[in-house]
Design a protein around this ligand. Structure first.
Ligand SMILES: *Cc1c(COP(=O)(O)O)cnc(C)c1O
Length: 222
């Protein structure tokens, strides 16, 4: 079997310039993350707060953590100020609480807004129409300590590649529309889509950030 370093290399070799790789390390032990770090990987994705805070002190300080799971508001205080990007802002209430706590702590939080387009995958995220309306109403102007850097989304869990591509196209279309609606929104430049099974399709639709776990670290043991 190939090593983590070899798998990282082969994935990276398929990514065009300008597309970054998040190594999704949830459920994998720190030794696996350290192996990836030694192979040059710096961005790691975690989806559970408890696991994230246990791993942080065991990795070098220039590790960039992305939070990619559903974030419960009662766990926010453990995350704010400790991650490079929260990719999974899935409600206005969460966004407002991130902003409030970030301001209180004197930090700026970088976030992506999670879109809901997949058929059944998750109940979390904004519907495209709802999000566009929020941008049209310039809701982002009320944020004091939160920087919206782009969107994150998942495709329907299916073997139907046309369906998957259509989901990614819808997310990418929403991303481009927001850029048109709010051209003054600086640094809105990240489109996070694509996982182990579908990242080439996501990249073809304009993804700038792919989140790959299994194809790097192997199967997760839950
Ligand atoms: C687990 C997870 C991934 C990685 O999935 P793989 O199929 O293992 O690549 C990507 N994005 C999110 C939001 C996840 O929860």
């Amino acid at each position: 079997m190939s090593s983590i370093a070899e798998r990282l290399d082969s994935i990276r070799s398929t990514l065009p310039a300008g597309v970054d790789l998040v190594a999704v390390s949830k459920f994998h032990p720190v030794v696996a993350l350290q192996e990836a770090y030694a192979a040059g990987q710096r961005i790691f994705g975690e989806s559970r707060v408890q696991e994230l805070v246990e791993k942080i002190p065991n990795m070098p300080s220039d590790t960039r953590w992305h939070f990619i799971g559903h974030l419960q508001t009662n766990k926010l205080k453990q995350v704010i100020g400790r991650v490079a990007l929260i990719e999974s802002v899935d409600s206005l209430r969460l966004l407002e609480m991130i902003d409030e706590l970030s301001e209180k702590r004197g930090v700026v939080s970088r976030v992506l807004i999670q879109l809901h387009v997949a058929r059944e995958e998750t109940k979390f995220g904004f519907y495209p129409e709802e999000l566009l309306e929020w941008f049209e109403n310039r809701g982002f102007e009320n944020l004091k300590a939160t920087h919206i850097c782009g969107l994150m989304g998942m495709a329907t869990n299916t073997d139907d590649t046309e369906r998957i591509s259509a989901d990614f196209a819808r997310i990418a279309g929403t991303y481009r529309k927001i850029k048109e609606i709010a051209p003054d929104l600086r640094g809105f430049d990240t489109l996070s889509m694509g996982m182990s099974d579908d990242y080439p399709l996501a990249v073809a639709q304009g993804s700038t950030l792919v989140r790959v776990g299994t194809a790097i670290f192997g199967q997760r043991e839950y």
